[in-house]
Design a protein around this ligand. Structure first.
Ligand code: HEC
Ligand code: HEC
Ligand code: HEC
Ligand code: HEC
Ligand code: HEC
Length: 303
């Protein structure tokens, strides 16, 4: 009797839990659906030329010439072109889990790398991903060079983390209502290392069907530099006086080695002596102590 009573209580308990779980799932599905619906309400263009147009930075050049020229020389202006102007993503589309053939079958899921190398892809449909894949596989550099981390990627898409950026607004360090073309709104994020950390990596990106790991430098900044007393932001070290060149530039070998020499000073101490294990056997010896100190706010090299 007692046992039976307990059994029915347990059944009752389970059915209540089940109801809770099911209704929980329905709620989550509801949230998921609204989130997806919201994402869909975000403009999604169907052609690469529309996407390039949407984030085009060339109009900024006229008035922000110095910044534009600095940016143009930076790695942010060619995030899909590696050393010696190679389209590095081609290898991944030809071999391995992200490979696709022919290019027109590609979809956004073939490009987990775009999370950081070309984040504006979220405003485009799979058809645009296919267009990019075709250009990459044809080694069409003229087209791939147009895909960049331009002014509006940083000053709009990546300029706020709470809520979505307002369309047609440029985020800056102060409000300028009558800024030509679009109003400028103040966003405190621009002075924060998190702004850069959105792309400069915390560790493996496990959210993808095929997880990838590339940059992890922001993780090293947060977990090593800051806890050991570091106080500077990425911007303070890499954007002095608003400089948008943001070195190091791996395509400028001479400049790079100068910078690394200054950033990683090498201290060498030597002690010379002679060692005489037995009479007549004199061996010159030397002790070399080396110490490399890093002036960077994170590990070097990254990636
Ligand atoms: C016709 C000229 C003109 C054009 C075109 C223009 N700007 Fe500006 N912009 C200005 C002026 C003038 C200021 C104000 C400078 C000041 O007060 O320090 C400004 C300020 C800004 C600021 C705020 C600076 C701060 O102190 O935070 C940002 C960011 C900015 N512009 C980005 C852009 C971007 C991105 C584009 C292209 C989409 C662009 N601007 C196009 C003239 C222009
Ligand atoms: C979490 C963001 C993120 C993801 C995801 C990511 N990368 Fe990167 N990648 C970066 C950043 C930031 C840099 C530059 C800074 C650095 O190396 O520390 C970089 C640098 C590179 C470089 C060196 C570029 C050069 O100019 O030599 C290559 C090559 C590269 N990534 C390939 C890839 C590929 C291929 C994928 C996808 C399989 C990928 N990355 C995914 C953020 C990312
Ligand atoms: C990789 C991200 C990134 C890109 C790309 C970028 N900016 Fe900026 N920009 C910033 C950040 C961050 C700041 C704020 C830096 C600070 O105040 O320390 C800034 C500051 C500025 C300022 C204010 C400068 C000052 O001296 O106060 C202007 C104007 C500006 N950007 C215009 C542009 C234009 C025009 C482009 C395209 C040619 C561009 N930015 C591309 C991140 C970016
Ligand atoms: C939208 C993503 C994104 C944002 C935001 C961003 N970066 Fe980058 N950054 C990249 C990628 C991707 C590369 C590598 C491009 C390449 O060479 O392929 C890069 C390259 C660089 C490089 C050149 C060295 C290298 O390893 O290529 C420096 C330095 C750098 N970023 C600093 C910054 C700083 C400082 C900020 C914040 C003000 C910032 N970045 C914001 C994505 C981003
Ligand atoms: C204390 C100053 C300092 C801080 C803070 C700092 N950096 Fe650096 N960073 C350096 C120095 C120095 C180098 C060496 C290369 C050079 O000077 O050009 C470097 C190199 C880099 C490189 C090239 C890495 C490589 O593989 O060679 C990237 C990318 C970069 N920094 C991005 C960032 C980002 C993003 C942040 C913020 C999360 C940041 N840095 C914070 C000083 C700093």
């Amino acid at each position: 009797m007692n046992k039976k009573y307990r059994f029915s209580t347990i059944v009752n308990f389970y059915s209540k839990t089940l109801t809770l779980i099911v209704s929980g799932m329905v709620f989550v599905l509801f949230l998921y659906n609204t989130a997806v619906a919201k994402d869909k309400s975000e403009t999604q263009v169907n052609s690469l030329s529309e996407l390039v147009q949407m984030f085009d930075s060339s109009s900024c050049k006229e008035c922000h010439e110095q910044i534009y020229t600095q940016w143009e020389k930076s790695h942010h202006a060619r995030p899909l072109m590696g050393l010696n102007d190679q389209i590095f993503i081609a290898g991944y589309l030809k071999r391995g889990p992200l490979a696709v053939k022919p290019g027109e079958k590609a979809a956004k899921r073939n490009f987990p790398c775009f999370k950081c190398h070309f984040p504006q892809i979220k405003y485009a449909t799979d058809a645009v991903a296919a267009e990019i894949a075709e250009a990459v596989l044809k080694d069409d550099k003229a087209t791939v060079r147009k895909l960049n981390i331009g002014c509006l990627v940083c000053h709009n898409e990546k300029a706020v983390v709470h809520g979505r950026p307002e369309k047609q607004v440029i985020y800056g360090n102060k409000d300028i209502k009558d800024h030509p073309g679009r109003p400028v709104k103040k966003s405190p994020l621009l002075k924060n290392s998190l702004m850069c950390g959105q792309c400069h990596g915390l560790g493996p990106n496990l959210e993808f069907e095929h997880p990838v790991q590339c940059a992890t430098l922001f993780g090293s900044y947060l977990h090593a530099y800051i806890p050991s007393g570091g106080t500077e932001t990425c911007q303070e070290c890499h954007m002095r006086d608003g400089d948008h060149y943001m070195p190091p530039n791996f395509n400028n070998r001479a400049e790079l080695s100068e910078r690394l020499k200054a950033a990683l000073p090498l201290q060498v101490r030597t002690l010379a002596y002679t060692f005489q294990p037995k009479e007549g056997d004199v061996r010159p010896m030397v002790v070399v102590n080396t110490k490399i100190t890093s002036k960077a706010g994170h590990r070097i090299p990254d990636g």
